[in-house]
Design a protein around this ligand. Structure first.
Ligand code: NDP
Length: 329
């Protein structure tokens, strides 16, 4: 038997989340690798799944947890054997396939990647999908030619998981990063991660003009809605905006002006179905370039029981940085 968070749908459509004991027979039969999960995380999407605030879960009952790291226990997949250290991010796990907010999981070997040399399960989950997505965004800016001397980089949702890791990576790479946050009291924290400047997110969150003063050579946006529209309107000629999130909203009330008058590029970033080679590249870079001292500052460790409470907090924007879940505590 092992401990897990289990989600069920109530008759009125709401979600019931509780900690319970399950056995391997209740895990998905189509998983070809059985794993011991050591750590998982709470991402924004896990918050949506556990609270039922958005229809993230599409199969019931469901163990949430889009991220997991630990050790393979048994495998019929040719690439994996007992004792191998794995990382799992996305692929619909915790949405349509039983997830990793549990002490055990049955996953598909094709979804797993090996932990980079020297990385622990705890570090992998302190990074989690949020951190790996931040790296995908940073890589997108680089690939589009945004260089250290191109100008300032705006990071929105700065105190959140994606934002905190994006600031850390980009500042380590030598970019001048400006953090946009609703938590101005966290300015010292954001500067300790490498932000050169901190602005109030209220400057970006209300409806704005289609073209505004050119400020940003690049943007990492995890907020969407008016914030993304204003970021596009303030992006310098030829600059790039990497968009990955919707913390403010899924809408994008913008115009074609930034694209046709300033050649601004809007790059969409998805972590869930990203190809394996891209994931491996991102995780190798995270192992190499993410300062462990900064990651420590970003990370708070919680238990499986705490996860139910923090799921609500993350949706209310109350969580600073990353929550790593010790599923065995
Ligand atoms: P967090 O909750 O940790 O961070 C989001 C941050 O956005 C908050 O901390 C807050 O930062 C800011 N924020 C929250 N609400 C609002 C609001 N109403 N208006 C403006 N800003 C707001 O979440 P994550 O970092 O884990 O994820 C961020 C977003 O990225 C989510 O929408 C998530 O779904 C998405 N995402 C997408 C992925 C992909 O594959 N495309 C992968 C991972 C995440 P502050 O207080 O500093 O302003």
């Amino acid at each position: 038997m092992f401990n897990a968070i289990l989600l069920n749908k109530n008759e009125d459509g709401t979600t019931n989340a509780r900690i319970t004991q399950l056995d391997d027979g209740q895990l998905p039969a189509d998983g070809d690798v059985t794993v011991r999960v050591d750590y998982s995380t709470i991402n924004f999407k896990d918050g949506l799944a556990i609270t039922g605030k958005s229809p993230v879960v599409r199969k019931w009952p469901m163990i949430p947890g889009i991220d997991g790291a630990g050790e393979v226990v048994a495998s019929s997949h040719p690439d994996w054997k007992a004792g191998d250290a794995f990382i799992l991010n996305g692929w619909g796990v915790g949405e349509v396939h039983m997830g990793c907010l549990a002490q055990r999981a049955k996953l598909k070997g094709d979804w797993l990647i090996a932990q980079p040399a020297g990385m622990t399960s705890r570090t992998a989950m302190a990074i989690g999908t949020a951190g790996y997505t931040a790296m995908l965004c940073a890589m997108a800016l680089q690939e589009q030619g945004v260089a250290k001397d191109s100008g300032d980089i705006l990071v929105t949702g700065a105190s959140g998981g994606v934002g905190s890791v994006a600031i850390s990576i980009l500042s380590t790479w030598g970019y001048r990063v400006v953090a946009s946050t609703g938590k101005l009291g966290e300015a010292d924290y954001l500067k300790s991660l490498g932000a050169a400047d901190v602005i109030d997110r209220a400057e970006l969150s209300a409806p704005g003009k289609p073209l505004q003063k050119e400020r940003w050579a690049g943007v990492v946006d995890s907020v969407g809605s008016h914030t993304l529209a204003n970021a596009l309107a303030q992006t310098r000629y030829g600059g790039t905006v990497a968009a990955c999130g919707l913390a403010q909203g899924m809408d994008l009330p913008t115009s074609v002006a930034p694209f046709i008058l300033r050649g601004v590029k809007l790059i969409g970033v998805d972590s869930v179905m990203a190809p394996k080679a891209r994931r491996v590249d991102a995780w190798q870079r995270l192992a190499r370039d993410l300062d462990p001292a900064k990651l420590d500052r970003i990370t708070q460790e919680i238990t499986l029981g705490d996860a139910l409470i923090h799921a609500k907090d993350i949706l209310e924007g109350k969580v600073r940085g990353r929550l790593v879940v010790n599923v065995n505590a």
